[in-house]
Design a protein around this ligand. Structure first.
Ligand code: NOJ
Length: 503
């Protein structure tokens, strides 16, 4: 069936500081990633997304970019980036870079010029005002404005003061940011993950937020200008061959609000965090899946599926350390309709590291999920001796790549079976989704493409449950390996899941 690669793909998110360290300084780097690409191939993912690799003062660990067209020396060089892209392509892995369009670092030359004087040609590249409006920054309930003494005006930063917001209403800013995309597209990357891209559109008057909703959404997060800027961005990508793609972080938490940002002339896909936000509960998962599917059908867009990323507590931590639950969720992640994004380390069932106060570094309190990946059971876990920048996640002696690759019953082995199954299974990749039943304990859904039918049955309760209608189907993948290659007898074990095929 004819579908672009990004609809069939499973993307693996790498947080470069924490993935693998070739230089031995305790911070992951591009050469380390390249050395470990075989893990991605072994797992069976189709591409990787790298969190920011650009020169940065690291106030927000790379989401404060000081130069969009180079690589931070901590991570390597531009040549290392080129080598990594080429090495990934030799393995048929796509590469998405993080693009941070809403704000730069306060150390970016554009901002340094902008703050120089009120008449500097770069002044209007950022948002300067005599009086702040009522907007708040993301990491603290304090104003999103900082007074810059030198010129006596306030500048806007929806995140840290070290992350001033760019003024996308200025065509020169838009052109410069398009050139950033071209710089990397010319270097053969397959696309981008666009950071908080829903925020780039702003009413030039910067009016006060008028909270009109009962939830925590704020009006300036949904400014119509964003759609205009996304159409221009899409035209840049469409100017290249090879089906380049952009997935945007549209952090609105509601599929019906998110879907309008994707489509044939805007983002290829927008992140949907409904599953990530859902409690481990059949009804909560069903509600999330149904809402996402409804939004995608209504707007004619292609959904995404996310269980974890570098901003959230890890799946295992959210599920009270229960691997059986994380396994059930993994089955859903890789079989529901949409492109899954898998956060590196979730395939090992890592929990958040316990980070003592003196080692905490992130202003957003997100260190736990960013702990380094343990590659083996040795003392340094494959990190060449240096104590890495954050403590190890719990149980690195067993929750490491080497141990789990050896063990056919491990969490990583389950991910591998699911990924292999999905790769050869167009119904699981592209099929329609139909939720079956409304049990409070068991989530069931079907994926159908032409004559091909799959059924997924996931038992969220701690008791075995009877399931109607799938008796006699064959078990293609199960959270417990010894339940595979059998005929389904209609009973699903406690906290477990199966992928079934028509007999
Ligand atoms: C979303 C990113 O995922 C997060 O890590 C970052 O802090 C903010 N955007 C600001 O760039």
């Amino acid at each position: 069936m004819d579908a672009p690669w990004w609809q069939r793909a499973v993307i693996y998110q790498i947080y470069p500081r924490s993935f693998a360290d070739a230089s031995g300084d305790g911070i992951g780097d591009l050469a380390g990633i390249q050395q470990h690409l075989d893990h991605l191939t072994w797992l069976g993912v189709d591409g990787l997304w790298l969190s920011p690799i650009y020169p940065s003062p690291m106030a927000d660990f790379g989401y404060d970019v000081a130069n969009y067209t180079d690589v931070d020396p901590l991570f390597g060089t531009l040549t290392d980036a080129d080598d990594l892209v080429a090495a990934a392509h030799r393995r048929n892995l796509k590469v998405l870079l993080d693009w941070v369009p809403n704000h730069t670092s306060n150390r970016h030359p554009w901002f340094m010029a902008s703050r120089g004087s009120r008449t500097n040609p770069y002044r209007d590249w950022y948002l300067w005002r005599d009086e702040p409006n009522n907007w708040r920054q993301a990491f603290a309930p304090t104003p999103a404005w900082t007074l810059d003494e030198r010129t006596g005006q306030y500048y806007l930063h929806l995140f840290l003061p070290e992350q001033p917001d760019l003024n996308w209403n200025n065509p020169a800013v838009r052109r410069a940011m398009h050139d950033v995309l071209r710089f990397w597209l010319d270097r053969d990357v397959d696309g981008f993950r666009a950071d908080v891209v829903h925020l780039i559109g702003k009413d030039p008057a910067l009016p006060d937020d008028q909270p009109v909703r009962s939830d925590s959404r704020v009006s300036f997060h949904e400014d119509p200008h964003t759609h205009r800027w996304l159409r221009e961005i899409r035209a840049v990508l469409d100017g290249y061959d090879g089906d380049r793609a952009m997935v945007g972080e549209v952090n609105l938490r509601d599929p019906m609000a998110i879907a309008p940002y994707a489509g044939p002339d805007q983002l290829h896909m927008a992140f949907d965090f409904r599953l990530l936000d859902a409690a481990f509960d059949a009804t909560a998962f069903r509600t999330a899946i149904t809402a996402t599917d409804h939004a995608a059908r209504t707007h004619g867009t292609w959904p995404t599926v996310v269980l974890g990323n570098h901003d959230q507590a890890r799946v295992l931590t959210r599920y009270d350390g229960r691997e059986d639950r994380a396994r059930v969720a993994a089955v859903v992640l890789l079989t529901v309709r949409g492109t899954p994004f898998l956060f590196a380390g979730d395939e090992l069932g890592l929990a958040d590291a316990v980070v003592p106060p003196e080692r905490r570094v992130d202003p957003g309190g997100r260190d736990g999920c960013r702990a380094p990946i343990p590659w083996n059971g040795r003392r340094d876990h494959g990190w060449n001796g240096d104590d890495p920048w954050l403590p190890w996640p719990p149980e690195p002696d067993v929750r490491n790549v080497a141990a789990q690759r050896r063990d056919p019953d491990s969490m990583a082995a389950l991910y591998r079976r699911l990924l292999r199954r999905r790769r050869d299974d167009p119904a699981l990749q592209l099929g329609d989704l139909d939720v079956v039943g409304s049990s409070p304990d068991v989530l069931s859904y079907e994926r159908t493409l032409g004559d091909e039918r799959r059924r997924v049955v996931a038992n969220f309760s701690d008791q075995a449950q009877q399931v109607a209608g799938a008796h006699g189907w064959s078990v293609l993948v199960a959270t417990r390996r010894d339940h595979e290659d059998r005929v389904f007898d209609g009973t699903i074990g406690p906290c477990s899941a199966v992928v079934l095929g028509v007999p």
